[in-house]
Design a protein around this ligand. Structure first.
Ligand code: SF4
Ligand code: SF4
Ligand code: FES
Length: 327
């Protein structure tokens, strides 16, 4: 295969004596084939051009998760990413994972990430909801989630983690789904209650970034949506997120359109709405206050039929949830 020269633009980070992170960019040229991995190129740079570059690696087979870094703006595994598939005009830009403290160059402190995973008790717990038999069907539900290698790619690119550092994050929630869905788990309801609290399942904005970047097809957002469904089925509908979802459901079923005028009131109540008065005034100034009169969408009758079909034939997730989560 043809060899060509690529430019590697690498973010060099170091901690100053005052504890601040000092950042600069450094360029290296590497002769490589399009199928050379970013990790192989980094090894080449460290071995022959600059032995001081710090980055993590171990398995080189997309199994250990330690080489996750931002490669041309997206968090990926360096050992699974071919140079030719990401280079833009021959340039590959490397930076450490986002949303986590940087230690040096491309290495981050993964402790914060694991703190979140530990928070959901990542083990089977004893309790009265543990099933006595396990079917192969029940394993199918968690199969994809168990592929997680704890690389942190999803957390690094999560848009909510960026604006809300308290958010538990996609990997921890995918892990929680794995235990809520495990027939052997004894405290499924308690878990769903915990997952309904602040900074948990309802804090996800459903941007799908975690689904896009996960190198093992875990699809954390799908797990989060299923957790929401199960939590609501158990009656945990007190949160703003759950109320928002129910209000959406109600409006669309009734009129095919959202009544945005009352949506906030139904989501966060009068006090919460009053707290947003300034935002409302700002919107009013820009002419963006929605009409207080509900609008009936064309063809709403057809929509009613869709709801009827869905209610008679529950979605896969709900069917499976009923099998796994005891009533
Ligand atoms: S879908 Fe949710 S968890 Fe996934 S990246 Fe977006 S905000 Fe984060
Ligand atoms: S869910 Fe995917 S991206 Fe997130 S930690 Fe697990 S393997 Fe990595
Ligand atoms: S080195 Fe193990 S996943 Fe890349």
């Amino acid at each position: 295969m043809a060899v060509q020269e690529y430019t590697f633009r690498i973010q060099r980070n170091r901690r100053t004596k005052q504890g601040e992170i000092e950042t600069r960019w450094q360029e290296f040229r590497v002769e490589a084939e399009a199928t050379t991995t970013v990790l192989q190129a980094l090894d080449e740079i460290r071995g022959h051009q600059d032995g001081t570059i710090v980055f993590r690696q171990s398995c080189r087979s997309a199994i250990c998760g330690s080489c996750a870094m931002r490669i041309n703006g997206r968090t990926r595994l360096a050992c699974k990413t071919h140079v030719g598939s990401v280079a833009k005009d021959g340039v590959v830009e490397l930076a450490p994972q986002a949303n986590q403290p940087v230690l040096k160059d491309l290495a981050i402190d993964i402790g914060e990430f694991f703190k979140r995973v530990r928070h959901i008790n990542p083990y089977i717990q004893e309790g009265n909801e543990a099933a006595t038999s396990v079917t192969s069907g029940s394993y199918d539900q968690v199969n994809h989630v168990t592929q997680c290698i704890m690389c942190g790619c999803c957390y690094s690119d999560c848009t909510m983690a960026e604006v809300s550092p308290e958010f538990i994050g996609p990997a921890a929630l995918a892990k929680a789904f794995r235990f809520v869905s495990d027939p052997r788990e004894g405290k499924k309801t308690e878990r769903l209650q915990q997952l309904s609290e602040e900074h948990m399942v309802w804090s996800c904005s459903r941007c799908a970034m975690c689904v896009q970047v996960c190198p093992k097809d875990v699809a954390p957002m799908e797990a989060i949506v299923k957790l929401r469904t199960r939590a609501m089925a158990k009656g945990y509908t007190h949160t703003a997120g759950a109320k928002h979802a129910l209000a959406f459901h109600e409006d669309i079923q009734k009129s095919g359109d959202l009544n945005e005028f009352t949506l906030m009131m139904r989501t966060v109540g009068l006090f919460g709405t009053l707290k947003e008065t300034l935002t409302a005034l700002h919107l009013m100034k820009k002419g963006k206050i929605p009409s207080p009169f509900p609008h009936q969408a064309e063809g709403v009758g057809e929509l009613g039929k869709i709801y009827q079909i869905l209610e008679q034939n529950p979605l896969d997730v709900e069917t499976k949830a009923k099998e796994v989560v005891p009533e």
